[in-house]
Design a protein around this ligand. Structure first.
Ligand code: GLU
Length: 299
């Protein structure tokens, strides 16, 4: 099985269309069906009207998917179970530093960056002090749960994964050191899961054997492989396709002028023309992978 997994927190643009088309191409080459999964764990940003628009966009583009529609928001108990397992294995810990405290500390200390260019977590003791962390724990302050990456790596190593071409052609081992990510958040104060945790749990539960997604998620695969090993989940085959870049050379987004698919449709684009344009603008993945890895290092 394959899956296209957009987040209904805004309208889809040509980059999302490319991802859906890359799944369609893999489906045609392998005979595997494509599931549609709404990654809607962020209840404050995801909205039903964006989900409706996504369904309309899929129809308009003519991309077939295998029902039922899956929603992560209906699966919180499943993620809580997975987190409980990681808790009992002693590979996650509660963390009390707030986002604001983390950002202020990272700026002041020039914290090393993770592969997405965000500051790597320096630890509660460094950020708020060990005594304050203890105090917050004692008073039952809300906590995020973080993966203890050093312990995880000690248990499962630094697992590689297998990349395949756009039609499932060829195999190459791929590897990014998961330690570059540091102690990633697996559950937040306001959301009992995170992208990393829910995506690996769902891919296994839904029988996803091939994951076709953008090269912006190439480095995140290192975290996903660690979680798959810790949770005893099967290893899928991956294809990270190239991205559609904006005029500023960055991944297409609303902030660099990406038009929504709905707006393009209204402006007179046909689905066929949009399909061709998304394919034409796909940047070769190696360039993007190299660029995303450059994010790791000193601030
Ligand atoms: N929800 C993610 C996105 O919209 C995709 C996640 C994935 O394919 O693993 O970028």
């Amino acid at each position: 099985m394959l899956r296209f997994a957009p987040s209904p927190n805004g309208p889809l643009h040509m980059g999302h269309a490319l991802s859906a088309l890359a799944n369609e191409a893999m489906s045609a080459a392998t005979g595997l069906g494509v599931q549609l999964r709404m990654e809607d764990i962020d209840r404050s940003r995801c909205r039903p009207e964006f989900e409706t628009q996504i369904l309309q966009d899929m129809d308009w583009l003519g991309i077939e998917w295998v029902p039922p529609l899956r929603r992560q928001s209906a699966r919180f108990p499943r993620y809580i179970d997975a987190l409980d397992r990681l808790k009992s294995d002693g590979v996650v810990y509660p963390s009390f530093a707030t986002r604001r405290e983390i950002a202020v500390h990272a700026r002041a200390e020039r914290t090393p960056l993770d592969p997405d260019g965000a500051p790597r977590f320096a630890g509660d003791a460094a950020i708020i002090g060990a005594a304050e962390a203890k105090e917050r724990a004692a008073t039952g302050a809300p906590a995020a749960w973080r993966l203890d990456m050093a312990r995880a790596v000690a248990l499962v190593g630094r697992p590689a994964w297998c990349e395949t071409g756009p039609a499932g052609d060829g195999r190459a081992r791929a590897h990014v050191d998961p330690a570059l990510w540091g102690d990633v958040v697996l559950a937040r104060k306001e959301t009992p899961t995170s992208y990393h945790l829910s995506v690996v749990v769902d891919d296994a539960a839904d029988g996803i054997t091939r994951i076709v997604r953008g090269a912006d998620l190439f480095a995140a695969t290192a975290v996903h492989r660690v979680l798959q090993c810790l949770l005893g989940l099967p290893e899928p085959l991956y294809h990270h396709h190239g991205l559609v870049l904006g005029e500023d050379g960055r991944k297409l987004s609303k902030s660099n002028g990406a038009l929504s698919l709905g707006a393009m449709r209204q402006a007179g684009w046909s689905a066929d023309a949009l399909r061709r344009e998304a394919r034409r603008r796909e940047t070769p993945p190696d360039r993007i992978v190299a660029a995303s890895l450059c994010g790791a290092g000193e601030a």
